[in-house]
Ligand binder design. Structure first.
Ligand code: FES
Length: 144
């Protein structure tokens, strides 16, 4: 299996590892199949994501995609953050091997879970944001 240099870089030197105290939104999503878990914290002010951090107990691709996803959403509006899909994250990392694509879905879903939490806390609706799942396996069942 070949990983791009960017994937290796974000795996070896992940950006934004950690927690945010009193986050505007926090979301945890797991994948029951591989047992990996990702938690994303967002600091949002005036609708702009000021800071994003994560803690991932998972494979290298899960760590690299959480690192890149948190990098990509910083400075974006909540609405723009929805464009940071697993595909966008994979592209920014110069791709992932096909068997590792599901790891990037974990990053997207954890980000959505944190945005959902933010929306609920602030009684707002983020257009286009669907209620996140706790286990991404549920997503596959929905898509099937
Ligand atoms: Fe589980 Fe990568 S193998 S997220």
């Amino acid at each position: 299996m070949e990983y791009s240099q960017k994937v290796m870089d974000h795996f070896m030197n992940p950006r934004n590892v950690g927690e945010i105290d009193n986050p505007s939104g926090v979301g945890t999503v797991g994948n029951a199949k591989c047992g990996d878990i990702m938690k994303v914290y967002l600091q949002i002010e005036n609708g702009i994501i000021q800071d994003a951090k994560f803690k991932t107990f998972g494979c290298g691709a899960a760590i690299a995609t959480s690192s890149m996803a948190t990098e990509l959403v910083k400075g974006k509006t909540v609405q723009q953050a929805l464009e940071v899909t697993n595909r966008a994250v994979m592209e920014a990392l110069d791709g992932l091997p096909p068997v590792k694509v599901h790891c990037s879905c974990l990053a997207e879903e954890a980000l959505h879970a944190a945005l959902w939490d933010y929306a609920e806390k602030n009684h707002i609706v983020i257009e286009g944001l669907k209620k996140p799942v706790q286990d991404i396996e549920e997503l596959h069942h929905l898509e099937d």
